[in-house]
Design a protein around this ligand. Structure first.
Ligand code: IPM
Ligand code: MG
Length: 360
């Protein structure tokens, strides 16, 4: 696909800073791409009164791929549900039919000492979290926050259909097949009905992949396994809420959540690509945000969204080389600013190397 359109949604907090670096990398390795910026989250609420304005949604639906920085602004913390920045992101995931969220976690050898965990606990860890993204308690109805006779109460609904579980499980097994062929499915089947269905359906899907070793684990024990046995883990298949929580925990393996990228894919070509970290309002504007998660999300966009694996690998190699050369942001023990790190990555991109797919 030549001249793809990529919608950039910088969003809130550190989102614009990390998006700037990712976009500058995309401009280098996919120079034919058209990058168009739109508003989402708190920034969109401020300017339009909506967290996902129609112009943004329309642009995303027509784009070849969407890149998002971060959403979330503490000013909206006590706002009613309809005016929360996060709602824009959830609605966008739903509109794009992005039911699977891939969150790869690789421990870079140069960063082993940055983790709060001992190096021998994390050395060589290479985990892929496959998170279901459009179901579970994030989207279940009814939901409410109300008050009766002065007593406030809240209701959320966790719900999963067999089909929602089957499609993400099938994808996770296909991913495991191309990796070390081990899949750990995370649930809370000793307590939750949703998890009992989850476990049953995953077991059925596993029968179609006899070469993949499938194990089921309770989420509380998996939380501990990430901290004690990460090198032993390959693919982790999780529901929406458990995947959200475990992926932040897994950030500790890499020394910082700022290192982790993600790809949200599903029904449509393209997809939504975003770093795992949030808007980190305390860091916004300080030049301290780590752009690795964003730049590697741009690499995932090239790979999964535009089918340009060579351009994606180029970008990944440049990030690896930058980190190997000791250039890092403060969260992982360095002194580079967000922009300096981005410049260093771009300085390590091979000049004039073939950019796959850009001229077909
Ligand atoms: C993430 C984030 C989002 C989520 C928020 C911002 C809605 O934490 O992508 O992990 O919970 O999915
Ligand atoms: Mg999260």
């Amino acid at each position: 696909m030549a001249n793809p359109t990529i919608v950039l949604l910088p969003g809130d907090g550190v989102g614009p800073e990390v998006t700037r670096e990712a976009a500058a990398c995309l401009a280098r390795v996919a120079p034919d791409a058209r990058l168009v910026e739109h508003a989402i989250g708190g920034h969109a609420l401020d300017t339009t009164g909506e967290s996902l304005p129609a112009t943004t949604l329309d642009a995303c639906m027509e784009a070849d791929a969407v890149f998002l920085g971060a959403v979330g602004n503490p000013r909206y913390d006590s706002a009613p549900e309809s005016t929360r920045p996060e709602l824009g992101l959830l609605a966008l995931r739903q509109a794009l039919g992005a039911w699977a969220n891939l969150r790869p976690i690789r421990v870079h050898p140069a960063l082993e000492d940055c983790s709060p965990l001992r190096p021998e606990r994390i050395r060589g860890a290479d985990v892929m979290i496959v998170r279901e993204l459009l179901g579970g308690i994030y989207f279940g109805e009814p939901r409410s926050l109300s008050s009766d006779d002065g007593e406030r109460h809240a209701l959320d609904t966790m719900t999963y259909t067999e089909g929602q579980i089957r499609r993400v499980a099938d994808l996770a097994f296909r991913i495991a097949q191309k990796r070390r062929k081990r899949l750990l499915s995370v649930d809370k089947a000793n307590v939750l009905a949703c998890s009992r269905l989850w476990r049953a359906v995953v077991s059925e899907v596993a029968e179609g992949y006899p070469e993949v070793t499938c194990e089921h684990g309770l989420v509380d024990s998996c939380t501990l396994r990430i901290l004690t046995d990460a090198p032993d883990l390959d693919v982790l298949l999780c529901g929406n809420l458990f995947g959200d929580i475990l992926s932040d925990e897994a950030g500790a393996l890499c020394g910082s959540l700022g290192m982790l990228p993600s790809a949200s894919i599903g029904d449509r070509p393209g997809g939504l690509f975003e770093p795992v970290h949030g808007s980190a309002p305390d860091l916004a504007g300080s030049g301290k945000a780590n752009p690795v998660g964003a730049i590697l999300s741009a690499a995932m966009l090239l790979h999964h969204g535009l089918d340009r694996p060579e351009a994606a690998h180029q970008l990944e190699r440049a990030v690896d080389a930058t980190v190997a050369d000791g250039i890092m942001t403060a969260d992982v023990g360095g002194s580079a600013t967000t922009a300096q790190f981005g410049d260093a990555v771009r300085a390590r991109l091979e000049p004039n190397s073939p950019i796959d797919g850009s001229d077909d």
